[in-house]
Design a binder for this molecule. Structure first.
Ligand code: BGC
Ligand code: BGC
Length: 864
């Protein structure tokens, strides 16, 4: 059995047992419940404060305890049943609950996840958002059913502007803001974000992220301001003040939202930059590096903290009593509430999404439970209070914290969402004034890494070629957490009011009677005086953005080829690099005359032209101001190169950034040899791991249609697909064949792959599969190659022989495909799964790899 089998099997038994027990419990009221653990016993469980090392400070919180508020908290609390208390601690997602559920249960809060909109409509208008906010609010204060009459609150990921709403101002992602090193600007950005959020009736924002990012392979690198706590600490304070206001200026007033400092703690310091991984820092380092954003943010008055998915020294933060209770609450004195992250409680040892008293006992106050698990979790938590697994004192503490924040935020006195001051003022969303601030941030965030012979600034009255696949691509320049969760699947039409980098250049050059040509591949009609090439990473968010190497376009240097071809034609090249992290780009630097790190600028791409071009008379328009808040690697091995390292030899140091008054001395001969494993010697090719890996694309097809998968749900008449959670969110695909028509999914790419070396060493196609419904017709796996050659392997028997609802790895020898006709030298589609009957299964990782005998797997062999 693999570890997945174990985990899954256990969950099933658990949730089954739990649902049986839960039936008789739901009706319990507070009076019937004995509280075996008194307040005192709970206190005794907490290690003496003296055990927390003295470097953890007692914070001087901006928002002081107010006895009037505390009295109100106690009064409200006294009137609540256990069910109503637990409901305050449950945070479901808008796609999983109805307004009627809100009325019935009275949840303390709810959220919309990234890429989740009212009515599941990407084009939902601010009106639609307000309508839902109003309905949820009214339902929450309606106590005609069992729910309480406590106003609920809506939390959203407005992490670079109100990024789930079409037309909102999208600011540069945090990595770019770090490069501006301008706390005042950051405060303004946060206050604008709060306003745009308030227009849609939402109360609460899951920002700022204060991760101090140590290994740039982490896919959330761009959500951090810096690799060093210096900027993070100051910014955390500025952002919180911008979002929430301050005690002397509009604290949680009509144009402010509640903020969340996240993810507590150590998310930026996991081993190898592994998302949700393990942080091995010493406690002192945890404080000095990873806690500084909390020192800044909480001191400034942040009212909530989000627990992190990562572990510290092997223990998940969501279940870490020492960190959540002893350090954060008791020692630092934080008196707001701790919210969990996306079913993060389910990852604690011996917990599931449906049941986790450990989290509350450790100090979690609100479970973020965005799946259908909310209901069993609610029922189980009530039961755990009644049987003493969770003390009533702990529940009362959690609910008091939630109520305290609600009172401080004025939720009991503010009008309902649709009647609030900014509600419905749609002219504020993406207003010219807000965009001007975003544009200023873009200008200040650009870091000039190379400027040979002072080629920049460019005169605007020239012939300019704008090229590269990022040139006219607002989706790409905005990165993840942009309308959709991963930032993928957006087109220019999804950014009304926004400008691409090309748009800005066209305007500046047009105004100066210059000439602009746009092409993505470097072609032109008239030979240009200079080419601006905009290229870089495709959008990604958590999980999917983790990479194995920080070498840019490892194994497929398409953009380098474009730069070189322009150079070869004698055209000077200005590179504008879009990325969520520093990357090893020595070859691209060598091939460029000027090189600008533009990070992920967001919706105001026109800020870039302002800096690249001078005025028509040659005087500087706007100089470069950005300085690296992340060290830039000299070699692909420098994935974790950080300020104050012992042997600190990056290519560009923390704080580096040229401007127009210095002469650049960077030579064109930086070493280009990566010394990493060359591609054809790789012993494993990852085709699918949490998401489809480049260069592959995933398609769903039947006899008539073949559609590329671009969203988390897609279906044809015979087959449907949706993403599902196995270990982390949306890391697998749930596939359902529902009739006797043919249905397939397959991976394919334009460039073929040579697998002959792997085939020669008993390589396998390795599939993680979990069968939910046995096949009623043959199931075929196909591998096809150029010139319509293919080999097919029938895996029906294997599937029928497997245990339902258990993960297993099925390894199919490449030899099987070879024998069946596949030419291993030019594979175009390494994996296709087809059936013409009923079948339901989840598909996890898909690899092509050298045979690994040690792992317990089902093996399909053809070599003998
Ligand atoms: C949600 C995101 C969330 C992610 C975590 C997505 O479906 O939309 O908000 O962070 O899942 O898995
Ligand atoms: C992310 C959080 C986010 C939450 C809600 C999680 O997956 O880690 O940063 O706030 O989803 O979307």
């Amino acid at each position: 059995m693999t570890k997945w089998d174990f985990k899954y099997g256990k969950c099933i038994i658990k949730s089954f047992a739990v649902s049986v027990v839960a039936i008789g419990i739901v009706a319990c009221s507070e009076k019937n419940i004995e509280t075996p653990t008194s307040r005192d016993t709970v206190k005794n469980e907490i290690p003496k404060l003296g055990l927390v090392p003295s470097f953890w400070p007692k914070l001087n919180l901006a928002v002081k305890r107010d006895e009037v508020v505390e009295k109100q908290v106690a009064e409200i609390l006294a009137g609540l049943t256990i069910e109503q208390k637990v409901a305050q601690m449950i945070q479901p997602e808008i796609g999983q609950i109805s307004v009627e559920d809100m009325r019935k249960y009275g949840f303390g809060s709810y959220l919309n996840g990234g890429g989740s909109f009212p009515n599941r409509d990407k084009h939902a208008t601010p009106k639609d958002w307000i309508k839902l906010a109003e309905a949820m609010y009214q339902a929450s204060i309606d106590s005609s059913l069992d729910g309480s009459n406590i106003p609920t609150m809506w939390g959203t990921d407005a992490v670079h502007g109100h990024n789930n709403v079409l037309g909102a101002t999208l600011f540069p992602h945090n990595i770019g803001l770090g490069a501006t090193n301008n706390p005042k600007l950051i405060e303004t950005i946060a206050s604008i974000t709060a306003k745009e959020v308030m227009v849609t009736g939402i109360d609460w924002v899951f920002a700022p992220t204060v991760a101090v990012v140590r290994d740039d392979r982490w896919g959330r690198t761009y959500e951090g301001y810096s690799e060093d706590p210096e900027i993070v600490k100051t910014y955390a304070s500025s952002i919180v003040q911008g979002l929430q206001g301050t005690v002397t200026n509009d604290f949680l007033g009509d144009s402010r939202v509640i903020s969340t400092v996240k993810h507590f703690i150590g998310d930026g310091g996991t081993v190898d930059g592994d998302d949700q991984g393990n942080n091995l820092s010493s406690e002192e380092e945890l404080f000095k590096l990873h806690a500084q954003g909390y020192v800044g943010g909480l001191t400034a008055g942040a009212q909530s903290v989000m627990a992190s998915f990562n572990s510290w020294q092997g223990v998940k933060s969501h279940g870490h009593k020492y960190l959540l209770t002893d350090v954060l609450k008791d020692k630092m004195g934080f008196d707001g509430f701790v919210v969990g992250d996306w079913n993060g409680h389910g990852q604690i040892k011996d917990c599931s999404n449906e049941s986790c008293p450990q989290a509350v006992n450790a100090g979690l106050d609100v479970y973020m439970v965005p799946t259908e698990a909310w209901k069993p979790l609610y029922e189980n938590t009530i039961r755990q209070v009644s049987n003493g697994e969770i003390s009533l004192a702990r529940i009362d503490d959690a609910v008091s914290r939630i109520l305290r924040v609600k009172i401080r935020a004025g939720l009991f006195t503010k009008p309902s969402p649709k009647n609030r001051l900014l509600s419905g003022k749609t002219e504020l969303i993406g207003s010219a004034m807000h965009r001007a601030v975003a544009r200023q941030a873009v200008e200040e965030s650009l870091v000039l890494l190379k400027n040979k012979n002072n080629i920049l600034p460019l005169m605007p009255n020239q012939k300019i070629l704008v090229t590269g696949d990022g040139a006219d691509n607002i989706g790409k320049q905005s990165g993840g957490w942009t309308i959709t969760w991963q930032g993928t699947g957006n087109s220019k039409a999804d950014f009304p009011g926004g400008t691409s980098i090309y748009d800005g250049i066209a305007q500046v050059v047009g105004n100066a009677d210059g000439n602009v040509q746009l092409s993505t591949n470097g072609e032109y009609h008239e030979k240009p005086d200079v080419a601006i090439v905009v290229f870089g990473e495709e959008p990604y968010a958590e999980g999917n953005g983790d990479i194995e190497s920080i070498e840019y376009q490892q194994g497929n240097k398409k953009d380098l080829a474009l730069l070189r071809s322009l150079k070869a034609q004698g055209i000077p090249v200005v590179s504008v690099f879009i990325s969520g992290r520093p990357m090893w780009v020595n070859a691209e630097l060598n091939a460029s005359d000027a090189f600008v790190a533009a990070w992920l600028p967001g919706s105001e791409g026109n800020g870039i032209a302002n800096v690249l071009f001078s005025k028509s008379d040659g005087t500087i328009n706007q100089d470069f101001m950005g300085k690296l808040s992340y060290s830039w690697p000299m070699s692909p091995k420098q994935t974790a190169v950080n300020r104050f390292d012992e042997n600190y030899t990056p290519l560009f140091k923390y704080g580096f950034g040229l401007n127009y008054s210095v002469n650049d001395v960077l030579a064109d001969n930086l070493p280009e040899q990566s010394n990493m494993a060359s591609d054809d010697k790789l012993s494993r090719r990852v085709l699918f791991e949490r998401s489809v890996r480049k260069p592959w694309k995933l398609f769903i097809s039947n006899e008539q249609q073949n559609t590329e998968i671009t969203s988390s749900v897609q279906s044809l008449d015979s087959i449907s697909l949706k993403t599902t959670d196995r270990e982390v969110q949306e890391d697998s695909l749930m596939l359902n064949w529902h009739n006797t028509n043919k249905g397939s999914i397959h991976l394919s790419s334009q460039d073929s792959l040579n697998l002959s070396s792997l085939a020669d060493v008993n390589g396998v196609l390795s599939l993680d599969i979990n069968v939910h419904h046995y096949p009623s017709a043959p199931v075929l796996v196909e591998m096809s190659c150029e010139q319509e050659c293919q080999g097919v392997v029938d895996i029906t028997k294997t599937l029928i022989g497997s245990i339902l609802n258990e993960w297993q790895t099925i390894n199919i020898e490449l030899a099987c495909f070879k024998q069946a006709g596949t030419n291993m030298e030019n594979i175009l589609s390494p994996f296709k799964l087809t059936s013409s009957g009923e079948l339901k299964l989840s598909l996890g990782n898909v690899y092509i790899q050298a045979e690994q005998k040690k792992s317990p797997v089902t093996y399909i062999s053809c070599s003998n």
